[in-house]
Ligand binder design. Structure first.
Ligand SMILES: Cc1ncc(COP(=O)(O)O)c(C=O)c1O
Length: 433
């Protein structure tokens, strides 16, 4: 993992100046040697770069690197994690398809499914990710994707992906895994049955809170030709592009991603800027190292917090009583990343006092930064959901999300401990019966 994180997708010997790191290509367009060459590119008879909205040499290095890290067959880089989820689901489920999704997702993904994609005719049924029978009951003949987070944001709940994938595959449904929190350094969904992996590379892959990006990886398991009537956009000749995208699989490529790039990335204009791709590539070089240290520190902090009287509950797989402890032991030998949540006994008033009292931890709605971050999901990342939707995500008024960074562990603990002492005096007034 650490070797591929530094080398995959780039060979200095192939570059004119033998640059050790991938150069930043800022060009919008690429000159073709002839009219015939340009025509071949647009007719999809040749590979190459024409215009950076649909492909860029710096971004292509990132695509190859994440493909190698996830053990996939192809990848597309886009402008944000949200764009990655949108485009992956459009490529599989638009128009008019059905998606079954975990009810425990990043709030923005729930809003995307429940509101925006619904406007485009893609329907969604949300299920408890730990209830395999509920997944199975929700699959219909028009279900075109199952969506789950490998480590859920914010409660770090894990998922039994081999079991879920077996049920989905038996019904012909590809499994899409948002693996933003895990990253390939801790968990490769493709090794556990996933068909497609999406990432918000804005988080740990970048690692320093300096660029936004999203990635979609085809793990090579999904072949729409097994159920051609469900994916006519992939299995029949495209009127617009003059090709059948599923034929890409015979050439070792991804029909689904070829379709996604040709249609959705190009039409929606969600290309990743090359400068951002370069920053993500630098971040990935230290990913393996960072994820191990962050996971270990998060585990220590979660266990210490669970012992404090001001804390009603800590949601982290290492905390005693978690039903997914066996999944952590089986599938996550290097840890479960640095995001987890705690519930303060004093409710929202205590959460507010806690967040305001922190000095080293920054109050910010990001995760996966080198800096430790804290936020109150009920009023931020999950604020546009209904109370029931928030409850399914494990987000209540007293819930605080932590994203452990790379500062010294004892400095982080000292700050949490003093903020807990401040929060102890604050209590949400009891509601009238
Ligand atoms: C699990 C998860 N998926 C997707 C996203 C969306 O990513 P982005 O903010 O890069 O669009 C986020 C953002 O917080 C996230 O936490």
């Amino acid at each position: 993992m650490s070797t591929a994180g530094i080398h995959a997708g780039w060979d200095a010997a192939e570059e004119r100046h033998r640059a050790l790191t991938p150069p930043l290509h800022t060009a919008s367009a690429y000159a073709q040697p002839s009219h015939a060459a340009m025509r071949a590119l647009f007719a999809r008879r040749a590979e190459g770069f024409a215009y950076s909205r649909s492909g860029n040499p710096t971004t292509a290095v990132l695509e190859q690197r994440i493909t190698a890290l996830e053990g996939g067959i192809a990848a597309i880089a886009v402008a944000s994690g949200q764009a990655a989820t949108t485009i992956a689901l459009c490529a599989l489920a638009a128009p008019g398809g059905h998606v079954v999704a975990s009810s425990r997702l990043y709030g923005g993904t729930i809003e995307l499914l429940d509101d925006t994609l619904a406007d485009f005719g893609v329907t969604c049924t949300f299920v408890d990710p730990w209830d395999l029978d509920a997944w199975e009951a929700a699959f219909t003949g028009s279900t075109r994707a199952a969506l789950v987070e490998s480590i859920a944001n914010p409660g770090a709940q894990l998922v039994d992906l081999p079991a879920l994938s077996a049920r989905a595959h038996a019904r012909g449904v590809p499994v899409v895994v948002d693996s933003t929190l895990a990253t390939p350094a801790l968990y490769r969904p493709g090794d556990h049955g996933a068909d497609v992996v999406v990432h918000s590379a804005t988080k740990y892959l970048c690692g320093h809170g300096t660029a936004m990006a999203g990635l979609i990886v085809d793990t090579g398991r999904f072949d729409p030709r097994r159920c051609p009537a469900r994916w006519p956009r992939l299995t029949t000749p495209s009127r617009r592009f003059g090709v059948t995208f599923a034929h890409e699989y015979d050439r070792g490529g991804s029909g689904m991603l070829a379709h996604a790039r040709a249609q959705y990335v190009t039409d929606f204009g969600t290309a990743l800027p090359a400068a951002s791709a370069q920053q993500i590539l630098v971040g990935i070089e230290t990913l393996d190292l960072r994820m191990r240290r962050i996971s270990a520190d998060a585990r220590t902090l979660a266990l210490r917090l669970a012992d404090r009287p001001e804390v009603r509950r800590v949601e982290h797989p290492a905390v005693p009583g978690r039903p997914d402890a066996h999944l952590a032991a089986r599938d996550f030998p290097h840890g479960t990343a640095g995001v987890f949540s705690l519930d303060l006994a004093g409710g929202e008033a205590a959460a507010e006092a806690f967040c305001d009292a922190l000095q080293l931890w920054s109050l910010a709605v990001n995760i996966g930064d080198a800096r430790s971050l804290v936020c109150h999901p009920a009023t931020t990342t999950h604020s546009h959901l209904t109370e029931t939707q928030r409850a399914h995500c494990g987000v209540g008024p007293g819930t605080v999300r932590l994203s452990v960074g790379l500062e010294d562990l004892e400095d982080l603990w000292a700050d949490l401990a003093q903020a807990l002492a401040v929060a102890a005096s604050r209590q949400e007034p009891a509601r009238a019966a």
